[in-house]
Design a binder for this molecule. Structure first.
Ligand code: NAD
Ligand code: IPM
Ligand code: MN
Length: 366
């Protein structure tokens, strides 16, 4: 398989973990006989420094013609005082919107060696396996441009959704539930927000088209509590943009670290951008200790969702699981025992497991 992949490392740890994903994909391409060609472009603070804008035209063009996109992270203190339209985050929001990547899939599934790495009790998190589906191109993030009145005393952010923007993400969530355990939790704030009341109506209307899926509505405040007290009660969780942003960082606690979570941002034709859920982690950037697994697992999601390479995606997930079973972990994972390693060593271990597994498979078929 011949694929053109755009790499947008971005800022902070984004650059460090992108290197890991690239090396893992190179291993997959040589083990499975694929040809992945990488094209690196700027986004975020990096792009502001090089080209004066967080989302240069050539980055947009390259992404529009790519088979898939991998993104590291954007943002950092250096650019925090710039006007809103010039911030690194605007680059990320811009590429999501321009490409129409409305469905953000954030799987939250713990690896068993990390059960004791979470501050939550093992009996609480055991068996949890959640797919958070976050609407990604609407809501408060993309309402009318935010305003601050001249005297500085009044601000306005607008939450804007069209019915069809809600319908398509809710359909996606029902379809995802059908491929999993047929349970959908819809999260909103229908006791306060009109947008949430419309969201809830649409979920109820759509549930008639998916009679095999059981539906539960939760208010977002209660959902936040239930996520870390009864996580095994969730299968697919669907929600709007801002709630999904917050709940997914919270849910990462189930897995032991924010550094573990991958994500896929896709549209109906399968075109996708893949990135870890975490940010540029300025507090550890440049130290060589960032956890590369969220990024590596995002590359696996790319193989699965954009290229249909299920076996290759599973191989990566299996290699990650084996590294953790062998006790290797970056410092963000508070595992009892095992060996603490940096980004590069962790990546080496994933690659070692990938190559060993494929040699074993070859011997097995001889
Ligand atoms: P963050 O996700 O960067 O970091 C939160 C905490 O998690 C930090 O303590 C960090 O060290 C830790 N962490 C994150 N990723 C890790 C990894 N791979 N390995 C080990 N530890 C990891 O969130 P923040 O500090 O609130 O934001 C920093 C910057 O990142 C901001 O500019 C923000 O806008 C940006 N951001 C970008 C994205 C993105 O590009 N998708 C996502 C979130 C935040
Ligand atoms: C994420 C991030 C982004 C978001 C920021 C950096 C704009 O937090 O991808 O989760 O809020 O969507
Ligand atoms: Mn976030």
């Amino acid at each position: 398989m011949d694929k053109q992949i755009i790499l947008l490392p971005g800022d902070g740890v984004g650059k460090e973990i992108m290197e890991s994903a690239k090396r893992v994909l190179n291993t997959i391409s040589s083990e499975f006989g694929h040809s992945f060609t990488f094209h690196q472009h700027e986004i975020g603070g990096d792009a502001i420094d090089q080209s004066g804008t967080p989302l240069p035209e050539d980055t947009i063009k390259a992404c529009q013609h790519a088979d898939a996109i991998l993104l590291g992270a954007v943002g950092g203190e250096k650019w925090d005082s710039l006007p809103a339209y010039l911030r690194p985050e605007k680059g990320l929001l811009g590429i999501r919107k321009t490409l129409g990547l409305f469905a953000n899939l954030r799987p939250v599934k713990g690896f068993s060696p990390l059960l004791d790495a979470s501050p939550l009790k093992e009996e609480v998190i055991k068996g949890s396996d959640i797919l958070i589906i976050r609407e990604l191109t609407g809501g408060l993030y993309f309402g009318k441009p935010s305003e601050r009145r001249e005297d500085g005393e009044v601000v306005v952010d607008t939450l804007y959704y069209q019915r069809n923007e809600m319908e398509r993400i809710i359909d996606k969530a029902f379809q995802s539930a059908q491929l999993r355990n047929n349970h959908l939790t819809s999260v909103d704030k229908a006791n306060v927000l009109e947008s949430s009341r419309m969201w809830r109506e649409i979920v109820d209307e759509k549930s008639k088209d998916y009679p095999d899926v059981t539906v539960e509505h939760l208010l977002v405040d209660a959902a936040a509590m239930k996520l870390i007290t009864q996580p095994d009660q969730f299968d697919v969780l669907v929600t709007e943009n801002l709630f999904g942003d917050i709940l997914s960082d919270e849910a990462s606690v189930l897995t032991g670290s924010l550094g573990m979570l991958p994500s896929a941002s896709i549209r109906s034709d399968g075109v996708g951008l893949y990135e870890p859920v975490h940010g540029s982690a300025p507090d550890i950037a440049g130290k060589g200790i960032a956890n590369p697994l969220g990024m590596i697992l995002s590359a696996a999601l790319m193989l699965r969702h954009s290229f249909g390479l299920e076996k290759e995606a599973l191989e990566i997930e299996e290699a990650v699981s084996q590294c953790l079973e062998q006790g290797y972990h970056t410092p963000d994972l508070h595992m009892k025992g095992g060996q603490e390693v940096g980004t590069k060593e962790m990546t080496e271990m994933v690659i070692d497991n990938l190559t060993t597994n494929s040699v074993c498979e070859q011997i097995g078929t001889m």
